[in-house]
Ligand binder design. Sequence first.
Ligand code: PMP
Length: 409
Amino acid sequence: MALDVESIRSQFPILQRTLPNGKKLVYFDNAATSQKPLAVIDAMSDFYKNYHANAHRANHTLADESTAALEGARDRISKFFGTSESQMIYTGSATEAMNLVAYGWARYNLSEGDVVVTTEMEHHANIVPWQELSKERGIELRYVPVDTEKFTLDYDAMEVAVEGASLVCVGHVSNVLGVRNDIERVIQMARSQGARIAIDSAQGAPHEKIKFDDLGADFLSVAAHKMAGPTGIGCLLVSEEALSEMGPFLTGGSIVKRVSLEDTLFQEGYAMFETGTPRMAEAIGWRVAVDWLEENVDFEEAHEHVQKIASWMASRMREIPGITVFGYPEREEAIGVVSFLHDTIQAQDLGYLLDAGGFAVRTGHHCAQPLMEAMGVGSTNRASVWIYNTMEEAEAFVSHLESIVSRFS
Ligand code: PMP
C-alpha cells in the first residue's frame, strides 16, 4: 500500500504557504529540519494554555498534570524507539546527546591511550566532542575514511581501526549523501572488540523504525525536530550496561537527591542527566509527533516513497549540463538526500535562484567539513525529501533547475 501523501500534506499547515514573491513553497530542506503537523502544534499550545507548570517540583494540580505529561511522553517515545523509559534521557538536541556520550560516559571510562573510532563521514556533532576529549584526556582518535568512489564507509579500514578500540561512534545515515551505513555490521565489529558503540541517528530515525533493544548499540542519538517533532528536544537512548557506567554531565538542580555545602548525592538512571527545568512542552509535542507518525506513516512505505522521488531527481539532475550529483541517491537503501553542485553557478547563488522559484534547499558544508574535504568541495546544494513531498514537486524542481542552468551558466 502506498503512503497517503495527500492526507499527510493536508495536516502540515506550512505546506500551504505562499512565499513573499508569490511562489508556492516547495520544502526540500527536510534533512535540516522537518515541518510539523497541526496535531503537534496544537498539543504544545494546549499545554501552555491549560496545564503549563514546572514538572517534578510542586504538588498542585497543574504541576501533577505537567509531570504526568512529561513522563507519559518518555514512556511513549521510548516504546516507539523499541526500548523502555528507563533507557531514555531527554536532551536538548542530537548534538547534546552525543556530548552526553562524551562527557557522561567517555570522560568517566576512558583515559590516556584508549581508542575512540569515528569516521570521516560524520556530522560535526560526532567529531568535535571526540576531538575535545582527545585533547583533554590523551585519547587516541581514529577516523575511518570514506571510499569516495563508492561513497560508502571503507569497511575494510574500519575492521582495522576498531582493533583495540574502547568506543566506536558512527552515523546511521549521512546528512550530506543520504548513505545508509551498515550499522549492524559496525555494531558487530565493535562488539567483537568489546568496545561500546554509539550511533548518531539524527538522520536515520526520521526514515527507519528504530528498534533500540534489538539493535545492540550502547548509545543512539535522535533529534525530534527532524521527525515531525518540535525543536529544542532530542534524546539519548542508552543500554542498561552503559547507563550503569555513566556519571553526571551538566550539573545543578533536578538531578540531585541531596546537596550539602560539602557534597552532592545524585539521582540515578536517566534522572542523573536531565538538569534544570525539564522540556515539558517539547516532550508533549514530541509524544504527539510519535503518535502521529504511528497513525499516518508506515516506515517501509515512506522509505519507498522518499527513495523513489530522490532517485528520480538525482538521475534527471545528472543529465543537466554542469550539474554534479554526489553519491548515489539512486541506491535502494539511500535515504532521500540529493547533494549537488553546478560547475560555474556558485552554490549560494544557486540556493537563491532556487528560492526565487519557491524551492527551499540547504546550501553550505552541512556541518560535515571533513567529508566535504574528502569529496574535494567546500559546499554543496542539498535537496532532501520527506514523507509529504510529491513527484510533482520533484518535477517542478528539476524543471526550474534546468531553466536556471540554461539562463545563467
Ligand atoms: N548528526 C547528523 C547526521 C545531523 O544531520 C545533525 C543535524 N544536521 C545532527 C547530528 C545534529 O542535530 P541537532 O542540530 O538537532 O543537534
